[in-house]
Design a protein around this ligand. Structure first.
Ligand code: ADP
Ligand code: MG
Length: 235
């Protein structure tokens, strides 16, 4: 198991954002994390990536515990946060070079990885621009390239395709699908077709509780994934 979550609870003040959630994910899986706004998706991702601690529960990534070995976990994870924070004053290539350095890549290897990522996410034409001059879709590609630059075993993508145009959507989904073959990918989204197109499994959370965890095929039986989602989350 690459990701193991047991009885995870997060309480912010008086707000219970996650309520006793347990799940696992293995290598080669692309798992869709679905849930209405405020369900707890981003909170779960911030805990897995060691940005915030849980209130209760156990989380392991590739066998490492989030409390005991957070630095190992961070080096194994590529994370695209919901807001995709980027240095707008940096040039595309410069920003990737910077992130690669943080991951201790050096010299020829670093240069090669930067070039590979630029090509993989389709940034070749834009690579000499400042990030601040890029459109939303291209900024998402920079975020994705940054998340993948150190060839992480696990990718945590928080709404990676929000705000993209239909052509960009298809391209970014293809990249994620291609990546998912060797990695473990957890991706949150509001787009059911995206889950149907890229994910093998879907997890639905509602009010902090896990309400479904099954193959997309099973969840779509008796109509569609969207129908199932509405049934479960409107209860
Ligand atoms: P999602 O990503 O599914 O939309 P979030 O994980 O962002 O949900 O939020 C889950 C719940 O926790 C929401 O009700 C949200 O308002 C609350 N929440 C998130 N972050 C904080 C915080 N830092 N302080 C207080 N409440 C928070
Ligand atoms: Mg969120």
């Amino acid at each position: 198991m690459t990701i193991e979550i047991k009885n995870l609870t997060k309480i912010y003040g008086t707000q219970k954002a996650l309520d006793n959630v347990s799940l696992t994910a293995s290598q080669g899986e692309i798992v869709g994390l679905l849930g209405p706004n405020g369900a707890g998706k981003s909170t779960m991702m911030k805990i897995i990536t060691c940005f915030i601690p849980p209130t209760q529960g156990e989380v392991k990534v590739c066998g490492f515990d989030i409390f005991e070995e957070p630095m190992q976990i961070r080096s194994l994870i590529g994370y695209l946060p919901e807001q995709n924070p980027l240095y707008l004053d940096l040039y595309v290539r410069e920003s990737l070079d910077f992130i690669a350095s943080i991951h201790k890549l050096k010299g020829k290897e670093k240069k090669q990885r930067v070039e590979q990522m630029i090509e993989l996410v389709g940034l070749t034409k834009e690579m000499n621009k400042k990030i601040g001059a890029l459109s939303k879709g291209y900024r998402q590609r920079v975020g994705l390239a940054q998340a993948m630059i150190h060839d992480p075993k696990v990718l945590i993508l928080d709404e990676p395709t929000t705000g993209l145009d239909p052509n960009q959507l298809v391209e970014i989904r293809q990249i994620i699908k291609q990546m998912g073959r060797q990695k473990t990918v957890l991706l949150s989204t509001h787009i059911m077709q995206e889950v149907e197109a890229v994910c093998s499994r879907a997890i639905i959370i509602n009010n902090g509780q896990l309400v479904a965890d099954d193959t997309v095929e099973h969840l779509s039986q008796g109509g569609s994934l969207e129908k199932k989602f509405r049934e479960i989350t409107l209860m």
